[in-house]
Design a protein around this ligand. Structure first.
Ligand code: SF4
Length: 371
């Protein structure tokens, strides 16, 4: 199939009919979760929820990297930036608020040294261009964004560059979602980007523990619909497994070159996933050989791994874990909008509140145009 066919309306109609038949045969109410901002975008943008029968629900889970970055890391990045160390950060992350209600970008008006960058390579370039200054790279993301950082660490960081390491490893996060009795998930659509790096293998222990269906899916609407058919077929046939819809990118073993680099530089440790929990082996930490690059260590900051705070009245934590919908938050599109975000899920382009708000705006513009 070429990529255009993954948007084919005729195929989408046939697949939604297949979903309707399977759902009718199964009869039970089923709750699926995906853990990827790009999946939520596809589902919202193409109105996939409107194609599903009443007994099938798909909820977004903790798949937005900015949303799950602990406020403690934001607070400490702000503190260091106010001390004159230039913090290099991605655009979305620079707008996410810490415990005290301000973001890195907002703290610029108090004198914080903050610069928005697009990649770790920009950070290396900037640090090399100004050797007289101190820089910190705020490393945020999942298994997709951590390998380039591992690569640069292996090549050698400039001495004036250190890192706040907020990278998270996705498989244990999916494991936590599957194990959660509060969520009561019947199956998971696994992320396409990060699984391209990790492969399917690290998800297998969580399958053995929970015996719940998992399907690795691509990002086009047909990918999502096929993955729902796969989940339903597994449930109907009582034949649970790890299945791969995204065969054009995800393999069992993953990207071995990238995994080797990650393994050379990082260990995995228990970490806090904002809004979710402290999860074993979900956080990347530097191996002893590279620990001197850790900004916390370099600048004498003790990591508390504390629980998180959101703005008063906000339901960001519940939105991150899929326990409530953005529209159930009292601040949604009132105090909290894409122009004035109060929580991380409205800040990030991969956050559920942001995605829902933009599609609500598109829908109302279309309505106005019709009138
Ligand atoms: S609308 Fe804003 S405050 Fe409410 S959950 Fe979403 S990001 Fe958080």
């Amino acid at each position: 199939m070429i990529l255009k066919e993954y948007k084919d309306p005729y195929l989408a109609k046939k697949l939604s009919e297949k979903i309707r038949i399977l759902a009718e045969e199964i009869e039970e109410d089923l709750l699926f979760m995906h853990v990827c901002g790009s999946h939520e975008w596809t589902i919202s943008h193409h109105g996939i929820r409107s194609l599903l029968p009443k007994n099938i629900e798909i909820r977004p889970g903790p798949g937005c990297p900015v949303c799950i970055t602990p406020s403690e890391d934001i607070d400490n990045a702000i503190k260091l930036a106010l001390e004159g160390i230039t913090v290099l950060v991605y655009g979305d992350m620079s707008r996410s608020k810490g415990t005290f209600g301000n973001s890195l970008l907002e703290s610029r008006s108090d004198g914080a040294e903050v610069q928005v960058i697009y990649s770790i390579h920009d950070a290396i370039k900037l640090a090399k261009t100004s050797p007289e200054k101190e820089f910190i790279f705020f490393g945020v993301g999942f298994d997709t964004t951590s390998p380039p950082t591992a690569y640069e660490i292996l090549k050698g960081f400039p001495p004036n560059l250190s890192i706040i390491l907020s990278y998270r490893y996705m498989p244990p996060i999916v494991g936590a979602v599957l194990q959660s009795s509060i969520l009561g998930i019947d199956g998971v659509i696994n992320p396409g980007h990060s699984s391209t790096i990790t492969g399917m293998k690290p998800y297998y222990p969580y399958f053995l523990e929970t015996k719940k269906p998992q399907v690795f899916a691509g990002f086009e609407p047909i990918d999502i619909l096929i993955s729902i058919v796969m989940l339903l077929n597994q449930i109907k046939n009582n034949d649970y497994k790890l299945e791969n819809e995204y065969t054009r990118s995800v393999t069992w073993d993953g990207n071995l070159k990238a995994l080797k680099k990650l393994d050379q530089v990082f260990d995995l440790d228990k970490s806090y996933v904002r809004g979710v929990a402290h999860i074993e082996e979900s956080g990347f930490t530097l191996k002893d050989k590279y620990r001197h690059l850790d900004a916390y260590l370099k600048y004498g900051i003790r990591k508390k791994n504390s629980n998180d705070h959101f703005v008063y009245g906000a339901r960001c934590g519940e939105v991150i874990i899929g326990l409530c919908e953005p529209t159930e938050c009292p601040l949604y599109m009132k105090e909290c909008t894409p122009h004035s975000p109060k929580g991380p899920t409205m800040v990030s382009f991969e956050g559920t509140c942001r995605i829902w708000s933009e599609h609500a705006i598109i829908k109302s513009i279309k309505k106005i145009q019709k009138v």
